[in-house]
Design a protein around this ligand. Structure first.
Ligand code: G3P
Ligand code: CA
Length: 323
């Protein structure tokens, strides 16, 4: 019998609380999500923290602290020039002075009442929350960390991978059955991780572009190349799952209307790869044009294709569709 798809709370219940805060993760767990997804970057003093990118001003109040004005700088991150305030230039003590804010206030104005209330959590604090809620509820609540900018962080002497594995191990996570998936948009750091750990790994695959580490090596393969048979075969040597952009499975036309599904589920299945799909959100802006106002239907379509998991900003909608 086909197993039910797992519901992965994307950055917590980020449709309802500022993303990557303990409040967002806790709400996701209370709603009933199976896994908590968190993106990881690192501080100057080598502590993993939950943020989607190392530049902090889009999701925190960092720009409003006079003492941090001179931290604003311009860097080349993954081949793109970015100006702002970067996690790796702050100690954890300094990061803890900041407060989170809603990333997309124009779309989620109801979440702005939480702006300024919540700290930036460390990876350890997220694990502590997950363990505490697991013990309170008796449920297995998984964690689904993503290494952000792994080549960049390694290049500045702050590699993420070993700290990530050590943190998981110290907290009692062990082996291939641990309720953990470690994800990356890059290839090399997943291969590095696969040599060091049995934790399930997830190769993230986007609709366009190529893994930054491959680009640096002069490897011309794009994400679209990696979903071909040879790419999937290679991925299956180091990963348990592919984490795919939803339009790789159901493309849309220029009007945003859904087209026929591709064979990616079957292709991945040939290599025993699970398929987790991102990112599902309730707002019309993120829905196919023929499903606006009906976010549950989008999940149903994908569930009916046999996917193994969804990343969702609104895990309550995902759970309703699954039920
Ligand atoms: O990690 C998969 C999903 O989260 C999509 O990527 O950009 O939201 O981290 P992103
Ligand atoms: Ca992510």
């Amino acid at each position: 019998m086909q197993k039910l798809p797992i519901i992965i709370a994307h950055r917590g219940a980020s449709g309802y609380r500022p993303e990557h805060t303990l409040a967002a993760y806790e709400l996701a767990i209370d709603i009933g999500a199976d896994f908590i997804e968190l993106d990881l970057v690192i501080t100057k003093d080598g502590v993993l923290i939950a943020r989607h990118e190392n530049e902090l001003s889009e999701t925190t109040d960092v720009a409003f602290y006079p003492q941090f004005v001179n931290r604003q700088t311009t860097k080349l991150i993954d081949g793109k020039t970015k100006t702002g305030y970067f996690a790796e230039d702050f100690t954890l003590a300094e990061i803890k002075m900041l407060r989170a804010k809603e990333r997309i206030p124009q779309l989620r104005p109801q979440n702005t009442i939480y702006d300024g209330r919540f700290q930036i959590p460390t990876f350890q604090e997220v694990i502590d929350l997950v363990k505490c809620k697991s013990s309170q509820t008796g449920r297995v609540i998984g964690i689904y960390p993503e290494t952000k900018h792994p080549t960049y962080f390694r290049s500045i002497g702050l590699p993420l991978e070993d700290i990530l594995i050590e943190t998981l191990q110290i907290n009692g996570y062990e082996g291939s059955d641990a309720p953990v998936f470690i994800q990356s948009f890059e290839v090399s750091n997943l291969k590095y991780l696969s040599a060091k750990t049995n934790f399930p790994l997830v190769q993230l695959l986007n609709i366009n572009g190529q893994p930054y580490d491959l680009a640096l090596k002069g490897d011309p393969r794009s994400y679209l190349d990696l979903i071909k048979a040879e790419g999937l075969r290679e991925i299956s040597n180091y990963a348990r799952a592919v984490g795919i952009h939803k339009n790789l499975l159901i493309p849309i036309d220029s009007n945003g209307q859904l087209l026929s599904p591709t064979s990616l589920i079957q292709d991945a299945g040939q290599f025993h790869l699970l398929v987790h799909v991102w990112t599902f959100r309730n707002e019309d802006l993120f829905l196919p044009s023929n499903l606006r106002g009906c976010p549950q239907k989008e999940y149903e379509l994908f569930f009916n294709l046999g996917i193994d998991g969804v990343f969702s900003d609104h895990p309550d909608t995902a759970l309703a569709a699954r039920s």
